[in-house]
Design a protein around this ligand. Structure first.
Ligand SMILES: *[C@@H]1O[C@H](CO)[C@@H](O)[C@H](O)[C@H]1NC(C)=O
Ligand SMILES: *[C@@H]1O[C@H](CO)[C@@H](O)[C@H](O)[C@H]1NC(C)=O
Ligand SMILES: *[C@@H]1O[C@H](CO)[C@@H](O)[C@H](O)[C@H]1NC(C)=O
Ligand SMILES: *[C@@H]1O[C@H](CO)[C@@H](O)[C@H](O)[C@H]1NC(C)=O
Length: 484
């Protein structure tokens, strides 16, 4: 009787628990599968092909399907980001370093001015989603990303890596934020488009006719496809290379090496100036396909500082090459660009470079080269000034710019950021998991460490000063047009 009693009352309980745990397991599986499915859909939902004009051989994922790629991003995120991020603000040990930020940080207010009165509503942000390739949400020092379409090459990976390094550099300091980011080259939100509310979108460049908000591009952390290392490494090696010969012993010509076939009018015209006797210019075609095969032996930037003058010609939009050209200590001859990145707006003609009007490229290069060769100390001083400018733009300052831009932008949000249901958490390990071996090497070389001092101090808003500076710049550039 006792045995029967025991069986009748005890047996159903283990079975009940077994059924219950199976049921819970099933729910968990369904939840994960459902999440994987929706997120994979989000990622590959609007998959764009790399645009045909792109400067570099797209090392695309030939034999990897988009689906496989998307599900790897998800796997890496789910399996890797489990530890809690360190988000405690440290006591800074170095207070004497509370220095003023470079003047060009003032552009942050200029860039955010369109929303300074209205602020940014959730509805406006959701509208900006249609322009975005990524949505970046930071909450409590954790980074969440929604992927809308594929960025070309490794832009997305290195941009997200940069944001993770920012969080690591200033734990507990970066505010909660929700922003839309596009990784395509050209700005989109035209000022002439008199819509009631411009859409806030971050990207790598802007123009004076656009509201797009410029943000440091991926190459500051490295550009795998063309073998460019992180900025702190490249700057040091270019500077060393530039010191092999004194300015006066460098070749007395202007030099440019790049890809002219990127749908850039300036570059197409520049190729016609390839004559050292007639125009004082030496123009070389960079064959990236060949370089990839040769292991980049002939594209080392530190070996390209042998000329007194270096030409900058923008590409399809802004060109990553600007910062390397400016680091050589040569006199930059900048063909007046349309596109601007976050730091180039602080450059001033005749102090940091000589402007070249795009309407008259070859004769203007000739005039500039002749001027410099007959005014060597003035010319050399321009080269030195701009190299110093780039030295001050070290990674500490790049993180500070990101920090201040994100902080000022976050103040404008009139809602509290929450994690979108589709967003994936990204962390150090998830990116390293997703990266291939080459990427991983680059990522590890650009790891940030916590800053011993607070970010540099942002000067108070002074939009008038920016306007005056812009006008002064325009006057010099216009005058140069008349002289040449
Ligand atoms: C992709 O294909 C190439 C040759 O077509 C092969 O060498 C390589 O191992 C493949 N990669 C993967 C990840 O399957
Ligand atoms: C420019 O001229 C040099 C020497 O004449 C030549 O080697 C080079 O290929 C030319 N560059 C272009 C872009 O044609
Ligand atoms: C980043 O991830 C790598 C690999 O998992 C690990 O070795 C390293 O300690 C991590 N760094 C931080 C700061 O989390
Ligand atoms: C410079 O020239 C452009 C057109 O050539 C003109 O629109 C602009 O007003 C001029 N700026 C100044 C400051 O003279």
């Amino acid at each position: 009787m006792g045995g029967l009693f025991t069986r009748k009352t005890l047996c159903p309980r283990p079975r009940f628990f077994l059924v219950l745990s199976l049921f819970i397991l099933l729910l968990v599986i369904l939840f994960v599968v459902d999440n994987l499915a929706t997120q994979t859909k989000t990622i590959i939902g609007h998959n764009l092909e790399p645009p045909p004009w792109h400067e570099f051989p797209a090392k695309t994922f030939e034999n990897e399907t988009k689906y496989a790629r998307a599900s790897k991003i998800i796997q890496c995120s789910y399996l890797s980001c489990r530890s809690t991020a360190n988000n405690v603000r440290p006591t800074f040990t170095r207070h004497e370093a509370e220095q003023q930020c470079p003047e060009f940080y003032g552009w942050i207010y200029h860039d955010l001015e369109p929303w300074s009165k209205t602020r940014i509503s959730y509805t406006t942000l959701m509208e900006a989603m249609k322009l975005a390739s990524l949505r970046v949400v930071i909450i409590g020092g954790k980074l969440y990303v929604d992927y809308y379409y594929d960025c070309v090459l490794s832009r997305a990976m290195f941009t997200i890596w940069g944001l993770l390094q920012l969080l690591k550099r200033y734990p507990g300091s970066v505010p909660d934020v929700d922003l839309m980011f596009d990784c395509m080259d050209r700005p989109y939100v035209a000022k002439s488009d008199h819509s009631a509310m411009p859409l806030p979108i971050f990207r790598y460049c802007t123009t004076r006719h656009h509201y797009d908000i410029p943000f440091p591009d991926w190459s500051f952390w490295g550009w795998v496809e063309v073998n460019l290392g992180p900025w702190h490494e490249e700057f040091q090696s270019i500077k060393q290379g530039s010191q092999k010969t004194s300015w006066k012993d460098k070749l007395p010509y202007a030099y440019w090496k790049g890809n002219p076939d990127v749908n850039s009018p300036a570059r197409e015209k520049l190729v016609l100036c390839n004559d050292t006797n007639k125009w004082g210019a030496h123009i070389l075609r960079q064959n990236w396909r060949k370089e990839v095969v040769n292991g980049f032996k002939n594209s080392k930037l530190s070996n390209q500082c042998n000329h007194r003058y270096k030409i900058y010609a923008e590409g399809y939009a802004w060109s990553v090459s600007l910062k390397y050209i400016l680091s050589c200590g040569s006199v930059p001859l900048i063909i007046n660009p349309i596109y601007e990145d976050f730091f180039s707006r602080g450059l001033f003609p005749k102090e940091n470079y000589l402007p070249i009007p795009p309407e008259n490229i070859c004769p203007s290069i000739k005039t500039a080269v002749e001027w410099g060769n007959s005014h060597p100390s003035e010319a050399e001083a321009i080269g030195r000034a701009v190299q110093d400018y780039m030295e001050r733009l070290n990674m500490d300052r790049v993180y500070d710019y990101m920090y201040h831009l994100i902080t000022e932008y976050a103040k404008l949000l009139d809602f509290k950021p929450v994690r979108p249901s589709t967003a994936l958490e990204e962390c150090n390990e998830s990116l390293l998991c997703y990266a291939d071996e080459t990427h991983r090497g680059f990522l590890e070389r650009s790891t940030a460490t916590p800053s011993p001092s607070p970010p540099c101090k942002l000067p108070p808003p002074n939009v008038e000063m920016i306007k005056k500076k812009m006008e002064a710049k325009n006057i010099i550039i216009n005058k140069t047009q008349l002289i040449f």
